[in-house]
Design a protein around this ligand. Structure first.
Ligand SMILES: [Zn+2]
Length: 314
């Protein structure tokens, strides 16, 4: 290794960045920089402990250099890091989503194999925006309504995965909605077909409201894997620009979402995908694409807060 002092400001700009050495690890800088923002939001609040944990989240990344089996190129593969696991930590939220997606990509083809004639829908269920202080009660009401929906005899799905997304509107209100991947009987595209207006009617009845809620239904074409919807289904719960946009909103989001479960599975899909309901144990991604581990070489990167970059540790 070189003799450059890491504290030397002039030399640090010459130190290689993780983002330059590994294309696929570029997102680290953005997520870690956003983690710094929310850590500061928490610092002078009742969630000071979260702030401290996020501050130290993934400050050091240990990568191993490994030959990729797919294209024979040397790649950096994360080997270890310490994650804070605070729900709204942008780094941990990102890692959690990656792990859930990997799980879904692995399992969905098996389900398609076992239920080859079944079809898939991607449905987004919404209600009118609420105040952020009413988010918890609104989500509880939506969950109850969804439960009612799944028990109706007109409900066409025999299995589902449902995830919560909460976005922040310009006026500061919250927009909670559910993304649902539904596995429906083959007869759905025949005698049991439901038009969009019928879906709205059904959801309205379950919500027990007097307005027509906004609802989107997409049918996944025959022969197309439901896995194509996984990125939309298992992304973040709240996008990072909304997490970092307003301190008070963010703190209230934390209060309102405390212990709320963001992904749920049901019907026949529960047996395959119930793991998605839990925090993944592994946020590193061990076990996938394992390469030759003999004479492995490690590279270490350190979060440089001022530079907003992970830099090679000297
Ligand atoms: Zn974290």
């Amino acid at each position: 290794m070189s003799e450059i002092e890491p504290s030397d400001a002039a030399s640090i700009s010459d130190t290689p960045n993780l983002s330059d050495l590994s294309q696929r690890d570029k997102p680290w800088d953005k997520h870690r920089a956003n983690a710094d923002k929310v850590s500061v939001y928490y610092a002078d609040s009742e969630f000071k402990d979260y702030g401290d944990r996020i501050h130290y989240c993934s400050e050091f990344l240990d990568f191993r250099l490994a030959l990729s089996e797919s294209d024979g190129v040397m790649k950096l593969k994360l080997d270890s890091a310490r994650f804070c696991r605070v729900r709204h930590c942008p780094v941990c939220q990102w890692r959690r989503s990656l792990m859930w997606k990997a799980k879904a990509y692995k399992i969905l083809p098996k389900i398609v194999n076992e239920y080859p004639t079944y079809r898939w829908l991607f449905v987004t269920l919404t209600v009118r925006n609420c105040q952020i202080t009413e988010l918890r009660s609104t989500l509880n009401w939506m969950h109850e309504s969804f439960k009612r929906l799944t028990k109706l005899k007109d409900f066409p799905a025999i299995g589902w995965i449902k995830s919560i997304e909460v976005t922040r509107s310009k006026d500061g209100s919250a927009h909670p909605h559910f993304h649902c991947l539904l596995m429906v009987q083959p007869s759905y595209f025949g005698k049991n077909y439901m038009k969009q207006s019928e879906w709205v009617e059904l959801w309205r009845r379950c919500l027990r409201i007097d307005y027509n809620p906004v609802l989107d239904v997409q049918a996944i074409k025959k022969g197309i894997s439901p896995a194509t919807l996984v990125p939309e289904l298992l992304k973040y719960c709240t996008k990072e620009s909304d997490l970092t946009g307003d301190r008070e909103w963010f703190l209230e989001l934390t209060r309102q979402m405390h212990k709320a479960r963001t992904v749920a599975t049901g019907g026949v899909l529960k047996d395959y995908l119930r793991e998605l309901e839990q925090e993944p144990e592994d946020l590193i991604g061990k076990g996938d694409e394992l390469e030759n581990e003999a004479d492995e070489q490690h590279l270490y990167f350190e979060w440089k807060r001022k530079h907003k970059k992970y830099k090679l540790a000297q």
